[in-house]
Design a protein around this ligand. Structure first.
Ligand code: ATR
Length: 286
């Protein structure tokens, strides 16, 4: 028998995970709540072999990151409807006979928008949204916006991928190189889900021409380094409301914490842990 004797065990699995911010965020949360828990980053390559080992060693909950979010589904005993629809799992909880999976990325999107803009469900219902990108992040974003009752249009560099997403989430597609032809305010909500603008990857560009922004438009980026991406700066310059990528990262973690522990997460402490790690001595106050 193996059983953790002093601390409950949680962690993130992926490859690579050396730079994951989740341990900082989760261990800070455990500390401020006075919980005897520990969260570790673990490189895992062989899900079939390693998931049962992690259960036996006593891990109770795991975050899942690249490259495992999709493939892990086949090794789980239960997966919730949301994760099924998105086609990816980012959170595991140990159960009697294995691991149960959920997706909290979409919850991160909903909570980020609600906390930064409005928690009134009627505010979001029927809003016109543009999702730029058609990768894994875009799937979670589309699911979230659909749940909020928005009408979605997708645009992606590779048109065929946008078409696949549009079938799965019943939305429209517009060509990526046509975005400059749309007038300001065509969309009420614009979510940038590509890696463009990320530190070290096309940092000085945005896949969205700033001409689509106008006062009243809500612009959200999934990229969180830098805090002010070219996409978000362009939005702010034209009077749009911005929602930082950090908020989605934060709230997907908040939902994980609450599922594992069954108590409210210390949101402000978790946000502070992320901000200290990401932005201290660099740019940008809110
Ligand atoms: P993630 O899981 O983070 O969404 P992904 O599945 O690799 O990552 O998807 C990356 C997204 O960024 C895709 O929509 C990709 O567009 P393609 O489908 O055309 O590859 C988009 N992307 C990456 N680099 C881009 C660039 N330089 N310009 C425009 N879109 C880009």
């Amino acid at each position: 028998m193996i059983r953790p004797a002093q601390e409950r065990l949680f962690g993130v699995i992926g490859y690579p995970v050396g730079h994951s911010l989740s341990p900082l965020m989760m261990n800070r949360a455990f500390e401020v709540c006075g919980l005897k828990c520990r969260y570790l980053a673990m490189e895992v390559t062989d899900l079939k072999e390693d998931l049962p080992i992690l259960a036996r060693v006593g891990f109770e909950g795991l975050s899942v990151t690249v490259p495992h979010k999709e493939r892990i589904i086949e090794f789980l005993v239960k997966v919730d409807q949301e994760a099924e629809a998105i086609g990816a799992v980012n959170t595991l909880k140990r159960c009697e006979n294995g691991w149960e999976g959920r997706n909290t990325d979409w919850i991160g999107v909903v909570k980020a928008l609600e906390s930064a803009v409005s928690s009134d469900k009627n505010f979001w219902f029927g809003k016109k949204a543009l999702v730029v990108g058609a990768g894994g992040a875009a799937r979670a974003v589309c699911h979230a916006l659909k749940k909020m009752g928005m009408v979605i249009t997708i645009s992606n560099r590779t048109y065929e991928k946008a078409e696949t997403l549009s079938r799965d989430f019943s939305c429209d597609v517009v060509p990526f190189d046509s975005l400059g032809n749309f007038s300001p305010g065509t969309w009420d909500v614009i979510v940038q889900t590509t890696s463009v603008g990320m530190k070290g990857y096309a940092e000085t560009s945005s896949p969205v021409p700033p001409t689509v922004f106008a006062p009243g438009v809500i612009a959200m980026d999934v990229v969180y380094t830098p805090r002010w991406t070219v996409f978000l700066s362009g939005a702010k310059e034209r009077g749009a409301t911005v929602v930082f990528g950090l908020e989605m990262l934060l709230y997907q973690g908040v939902a994980q914490f609450e599922w594992w522990l069954g108590v409210p997460a210390p949101v402000e402490a978790m946000r502070k842990a992320l901000e200290e790690a990401l932005y201290v001595n660099s740019e940008g106050k809110r």
